[in-house]
Design a protein around this ligand. Sequence first.
Ligand code: 5AD
Ligand code: SF4
Length: 435
Amino acid sequence: MRPTPPPRTYRVKSFGCQMNVYDGERMAELLAEQGIQPAPEGEEADLVVLNTCHIREKAAEKVYSDIGRLRRADGTAPLIAVAGCVAQAEGEEIMARAPSVSMVVGPQAYHRLPAMISEAVAGLRSVDTDMPTETKFDALPARRKVGPSAFLTVQEGCDKFCTYCVVPYTRGAEVSRGFNELVDEAKKLVEAGAKEITLLGQNVNAWRDDMGRGLEKLIEALAAIPELARIRYTTSHPADMTQALLNAHRDVPKLMPFLHLPVQSGNDRVLKAMNRSHTAASYLAILERVRAVRPDIALSGDFIVGFPGETDAEFEDTLRLVEQVGYAQCFSFKYSARPGTPAATMDGQVAPALMDERLQRLQAALNRTQLAFNQASVGKRCLVLVERKGKYDGQWLGKSPWLQSVHFTGDAAIGDLVEVELLEAGANSLSARLV
Ligand code: 5AD
Ligand code: SF4
């Protein structure tokens, strides 16, 4: 690589989960602290950070087409850093396959970006996929300006080893950030404009501090911040769903009535082959417990269709579970074989066409339950946190307590909590009027 002038502008592009969005924001703040400015809309940046996702094959392959697209007509390219989970999993391969990339940095090492940029400016390429014992969080600048709804990563990594999943390999073992550090960061977020904080973790409900306090204690502490109106958390694992956390949905008014609890399949043989530590029945029992303390809770989940060996009858069990639960939202995916995971070499890999068909049937069922959930909300009054302007003049978009997207027109501003009446429901949003 040839030496290049130090970058004056940057752009961070984040893919995948909300934890990547959070990491992307932190990287942007770090670059800004170095005096690098965000590139104006529509203009090329001197430095591009691709913050990648490795969870499914399609997401991982996207990196290479994105790198290709950064090439200019004269064959040169901006400084490119590949971050995120593809960086962690395929660091050396990226270096070999994509000569225009000068930095590869994993999710636990991105606080070292400034030093890597200096090397890149000198013409050196570098890979840093360490999981250092020093925490990146200590090295990052404080939070300054955020939108009304902000993310806060409280826990990273996963010890569950579901047989299809790369996360335990890319993000490492479960690690919780400290209680005081998190309360401090939450206060900074609120000072910077956040009205709602979503606590993030690959297994957020596995959060535990060294005094043995669970996530509900952290939620209680954040609820004591006066200007913070709403608290959410995602994504949870059934194995860590304690009664104490469920009770927080009854006892902490600022904790929103929404639970994202992935189930993946409604069939016990498939769940076992996935190394999920629950059955369909034990999963449903958790939902019963949370509904007992918070009857209006909105439920959400993740599903995989076409796991190796999944038969038609086993898939039908998933459809049955969906009808039974009545989800308010869901994410559903075709199984994607990930190198290095146990499921990738299991017998009975399902044909892509069959996966397509199952996904369509599942999504049709999920759409029906989502629409039914939204329709049941029509006529309710609730607070909406205004997040942005809508497409039309005077229109605003925000979220209900149940995480529904709500649009309305009238007098409001971003960051307001306004009372509305819900009027009309679609599968993905509701219209409302100010009251
Ligand atoms: N193939 C398809 N979906 C996957 N997920 C995780 N790994 C895979 C895979 N190999 C889905 C799961 C998980 C969500 C974040 O992504 O549903 O809950
Ligand atoms: Fe992946 Fe399972 Fe861990 Fe979720 S719980 S990150 S699906 S291994």
